[in-house]
Design a protein around this ligand. Structure first.
Ligand code: PA5
Length: 464
């Protein structure tokens, strides 16, 4: 494992009264053992099939890479259609591993098509996409585990229609490949009928745990991301997360400290990466943490209304926006800093004698400045008695990103086990989905429409 985890600033020895005592960790041995066994005994089973994602064979990786290259070599643009777990993993990996201005690079430098991950149905965004891509040379990966998600299906219908108009019925089929559950769902049926290439998603891999399955691997292969390295990193992290002793297992330790903090009223979990490439890692984290742990009942059916609200922040940008609140506001947060030891570029702040400004900065590098600011913020929060811990990446590579993704899947699974909840369902989003179907006129939802219409009946509290 290449990542390191420093939990000192979660402890009372560093932050005083709001910290966790060593005796609290040591005294919860039974809880650690139960959480550990809950996750490890279900490894690879039920909804925990994601633990197996990094175990695919070299031959499978080679096949994915060959397919990816075949698309990369002919595409001017590559569009991913998906939402939630079918988009946030790919977005965060591309953000971390592609050039930060990938689409603006000249094509001979870019070496991969322009990339668009469309995870919203704002009509202006769809029109804007159609304004900038040439559908004739664009390839589309439609990703939906259920094959039924309205947002993704509507995007697919619009773009397949545009493709057929632009290149004709037969050629259009070559521009679309789908990632979905084999044998299930509307998209699968259409894909079979139309003859699209289909990549499967294992039944026990839920959306927010799917980034290392074909949901992520197919688009990564298209964009030339080093899948083999990413899976190697994920496997190394899996090994670390299978260590029995909490003091050696980063995911078990994080889960316990977060749950313990939650129990003492720290209901907000801030992720603050100090690297632009890791900015959207916080989006991935927000989804997996919120959707997995925000639950009304525990496994015995008892009302628990648990969860910790995830919040995203970017170092150093949000030092000038949110850090005041983190330092002096309520003691209701745990801040996770993510630091990078060695950045992909080094930028000097030159000793320019002609500009008599910022002399204390001259001769340093931006690398030194961002590192100093991360450590300074960590110091300030610690001094103010605020819970924080730091994850360090030696550098942002496919391997370390693979480690980080796998770590967060394990942390979430362990946290759910400590809380004794169902980590892998999302009953709270189903009602909204059904109401959407009703309003859009899907058959079978007539009763829901009646319920909706009868619910909206008051003009009170509306300001016009
Ligand atoms: O984590 C989840 O299960 C969800 O966020 C889903 O990924 C999201 O609702 C999209 O679902 P689907 O992949 O079926 O289109």
């Amino acid at each position: 494992m290449k990542l390191t985890f420093d939990y000192n600033n979660m402890m009372d020895s560093s932050i005083g009264a709001h910290g966790i005592k060593k005796s609290e960790i040591d005294g919860a041995a039974d809880l650690h053992a139960a959480a550990y066994s809950e996750v490890l005994s279900n490894s690879g089973k039920g909804w925990q099939e994601w633990t197996e994602s990094p175990m695919i064979s070299d031959a499978e990786v080679a096949e994915l890479n060959a397919f990816g290259k075949s698309i990369r070599d002919k595409a001017s643009s590559f569009v991913v259609l998906g939402i939630g777990g079918s988009a946030l993993g790919p977005i965060c990996v591309f953000n971390a591993l592609l050039h930060l201005h990938h689409n603006e690079l000249p094509s001979n430098v870019r070496k991969a098509p322009k990339l668009y991950v469309e995870d919203n149905i704002d009509p202006e965004r769809m029109s804007a996409l159609l304004d900038v891509i040439d559908v004739k040379t664009t390839y589309f990966n439609v990703i939906t585990k259920s094959g039924e998600t309205s947002e993704t299906l509507s995007q697919f219908i619009i773009l397949y229609n545009a493709l057929k108009k632009a290149v004709g019925e037969t050629a259009a089929k070559e521009h679309i490949f789908v990632t979905t559950t084999i044998g299930k769902g509307s998209l699968y049926n259409v894909a079979v009928k139309e003859g699209f290439k289909i990549f499967g998603i294992p039944a026990g891999v839920g959306g927010r745990f799917s980034v290392l399955s074909n949901v992520g691997l197919v688009p990564f292969a298209v964009m030339g991301v080093n899948i083999a390295d990413m899976l190697r990193g994920a496997r190394a992290m899996r090994e670390a997360c299978e260590r029995k002793n909490i003091t050696e297992n980063p995911a078990l330790m994080t889960a316990f400290l977060q749950v313990k903090s939650m129990e003492s009223g720290k209901n907000i979990s801030v992720m603050m990466p100090y690297a632009d490439g890791l900015r959207t890692m916080a989006d991935f984290y927000c989804q997996i943490w919120a959707e997995s742990l925000g639950k009304a009942v525990d496994k015995s059916g008892k009302s628990v209304y648990c969860g910790q609200t995830p919040a995203k922040s970017l170092g150093v940008t949000d030092q000038h926006s949110q850090v005041q609140l983190y330092t002096e506001g309520p003691f209701d947060k745990v801040v996770t800093f993510i630091g990078v030891q060695s950045f992909g570029s080094t930028v000097d702040i030159p000793a320019d004698e002609s500009a008599d400004v910022g002399n204390f900065l001259k001769g340093n590098t931006l690398n030194e400045l961002i590192t100093a600011e991360r450590k300074a913020t960590e110091f300030a929060l610690t001094k103010a008695g605020r819970s924080n811990y730091t994850i360090m990446l030696p550098e942002v590579t496919a391997e370390t990103v693979g480690e980080l993704l796998m770590y967060y899947m394990y942390v979430t699974a362990f946290a759910g086990a400590y809380l004794n909840i169902d980590t892998f369902n999302q009953p709270g989003v189903e009602e909204g989905k059904k109401a959407t179907f009703a309003m859009i006129g899907r058959s079978g939802y007539e009763q829901k429409l009646e319920e909706l219409n009868s619910a909206v009946k008051s003009d009170c509290y509306i300001i016009k």
